[in-house]
Design a protein around this ligand. Structure first.
Ligand SMILES: [Zn+2]
Ligand SMILES: [Zn+2]
Length: 190
């Protein structure tokens, strides 16, 4: 039976497939959910970051109401849910704040500050872009932020983002030009 637990022999595909991916903001436009989506995830390993991202995406994330005790310094210094080690202790030891293992931290706390600022810095500048190009740019920003943490630093990411924005703006102009020249041509055509 296909519903049997642990049955790995099944050959047919999944019967029901959602036509669009689950979006936690579809029926919930609250600021809380939006804040959660843009929350910077730092001082944890890739695996723990995935877990937290999953929790946020599927609305399973429960923020802490009171600070939690850190397993290293025994102080009530943890303000982020699901973490067991506070951020000052993480910077001292280099272990993941969630699982406590030394698995390589994906984003450092200092670099995490980059995330909201890049987007806010470009918020006004991207207003003139078309919806499609704006999305391209935001996607590019996200990629930039996830890849350029330690090696490149904030200024390099800024420079790259600015270059990309210039490129996108130029391509908008080209589009407009080709549009106007095209309409001129057709007007001249008898
Ligand atoms: Zn601590
Ligand atoms: Zn971890």
């Amino acid at each position: 039976m296909s519903s049997q637990r642990g049955n790995v022999q099944r050959t047919r595909g999944q019967k029901h497939q959602n036509s669009s991916a689950f979006k936690n903001t579809l029926h919930d436009k609250s600021k809380k959910t939006q804040d959660m989506n843009s929350m910077a995830l730092f001082n944890m390993c890739a695996r723990c970051q995935d877990i937290i991202q999953w929790k946020i995406k599927f609305k399973k994330y429960k923020p802490l109401s009171v600070p939690r005790k850190c397993v290293k310094c025994q102080e009530k210094t943890i303000k982020r849910a699901y973490m067991i080690i506070c951020d000052p202790c993480v910077s001292g030891t280099g272990v993941c704040a969630k699982c406590g293992k030394n698995a390589g931290i994906v984003v450092r706390q200092e670099d995490a500050q980059l995330q909201p600022s890049l987007e806010t810095m470009f918020r006004d500048q991207i207003k003139c872009l078309s919806e499609r190009r704006r999305r391209t740019f935001l996607r590019y920003l996200n990629k930039l932020q996830s890849t350029s943490s330690v090696q490149d630093g904030k200024e390099d990411a800024m420079a790259k983002a600015e270059e990309k924005l210039k490129e996108l703006k130029l391509s908008v102009d080209e589009d407009l030009e080709s549009l106007t020249s095209h309409s001129e041509e057709s007007e001249n055509d008898p």
